[in-house]
Design a protein around this ligand. Structure first.
Ligand code: SF4
Length: 253
C-alpha cells in the first residue's frame, strides 16, 4: 500500500495546547515560529520576548526561554538582552496594538539601531484581548468596540502600514509582510519566519515580519467568515510582500 506523505504533525517545541480562541491566527503564527526554531536547530539559544495581549501567551506553549516585557517595550528589552548576550537568538512576538500603538517608538528606534534582533508583529487589526478596540491597523470604516460608527480616517487617522516604514530603516535587513489566511499564504509566511531568523543568525541586522491574521472573536465573525474577511479586506490594504531581503541567495523568499 502506498504510504501517504506526512504534512502535519507534532513539533517538539510546542508542548502544550493553545488557549487561543478557536480559529485565531495566533495559533498558526506561533506554530510557524516553533517549527522554524526547530528546523534551524536554535532552540537552546533562543529567547522569546513577548508583549501584552493575546500574543503575550505565545511562549507559554513552547519549551523555550522567555521574557515578558511591559506593554510595547519588547523591542527595547530584546535589544538590551541581545547586547548583553550576543550569542542568543532573540525575537519579539507582539500584536499590532502592542507593536504599532504602544510600542511604535521602541520598534522604530530598535530597527534603526540595526542590531540582529527579530520582531514578529501579528496584525489582527484590533486589540483582541481587551475586547476588540481600534488599533492603528484598523481599516477605514471598520466597526470596533471604540469605533461603533466605523473608523473615520479624518478623526482617527489612516491604517498604519508598519513594514513600509521598517523597509526604510538602513539597519533592517529583512522586512516582509505575510498573510496567514489560507494554505498557500501560510507556506509563504513560514519562509519569511525562517528568513527573519536566518538574518539574525547571520548577524546581518534587524529583521521584521508582519503577519495578517484573523481574530474571529474581535471581529465577531465565524471562523470561516473571519478568514474570508481577512483575506479580502485586510490583504487588499496590507499587501503581502518581501520588502527587503539581504539574507542570501539560499534563503530567498
Ligand atoms: S481575542 Fe482574537 S487575537 Fe485573542 S485569542 Fe481570541 S481570536 Fe485570538
Amino acid at each position: 500500500m502506498q504510504e501517504l506523505a506526512k504534512i502535519y504533525g507534532d513539533t517538539l517545541l510546542l508542548d502544550k495546547k493553545f488557549n487561543y480562541c478557536p480559529g485565531c491566527g495566533h495559533g498558526v503564527v506561533t506554530r510557524l515560529v516553533a517549527e522554524a526554531i526547530e528546523e534551524l536547530g536554535i532552540r537552546q539559544r533562543t529567547v522569546s520576548v513577548v508583549g501584552i495581549g493575546c500574543g503575550g501567551f505565545s511562549h507559554h506553549y513552547m519549551d523555550i526561554d522567555a521574557i515578558e516585557a511591559m506593554h510595547g517595550r519588547s523591542p527595547a528589552v530584546a535589544i538590551g538582552y541581545k547586547t548583553a548576550s550576543p550569542d542568543k537568538i532573540v525575537y519579539t512576538y507582539q500584536g499590532d496594538g502592542d507593536c504599532s500603538a504602544i510600542g511604535l517608538a521602541e520598534l522604530l528606534h530598535g530597527a534603526n539601531r540595526g542590531l540582529p534582533v527579530t520582531c514578529f508583529m501579528i496584525n489582527n487589526n484590533l486589540f483582541g484581548m481587551t475586547g476588540g478596540q481600534m488599533s492603528p491597523a484598523t481599516l477605514e470604516n471598520q466597526v470596533t468596540a471604540t469605533t461603533p460608527k466605523g473608523r473615520d480616517v479624518h478623526v482617527h487617522g489612516y491604517p498604519l502600514r508598519v513594514p513600509e516604514m521598517m523597509a526604510d530603516m538602513v539597519g533592517a535587513k529583512y522586512v516582509a509582510r505575510e498573510a496567514v489566511c489560507d494554505a498557500k499564504s501560510i507556506r509563504k509566511a513560514a519562509k519569511s519566519v525562517r528568513n527573519a531568523l536566518q538574518c539574525q543568525i547571520q548577524g546581518l541586522g534587524f529583521s521584521f515580519v508582519e503577519f495578517i491574521v484573523p481574530c474571529p472573536t474581535g471581529l465577531k465573525l465565524s471562523v470561516p467568515d473571519a478568514y474570508k474577511w481577512s483575506r479580502e479586506k485586510m490583504v487588499e490594504y496590507f499587501k503581502p510582500q518581501v520588502f527587503k531581503n539581504e539574507v542570501g541567495q539560499n534563503n530567498e523568499n
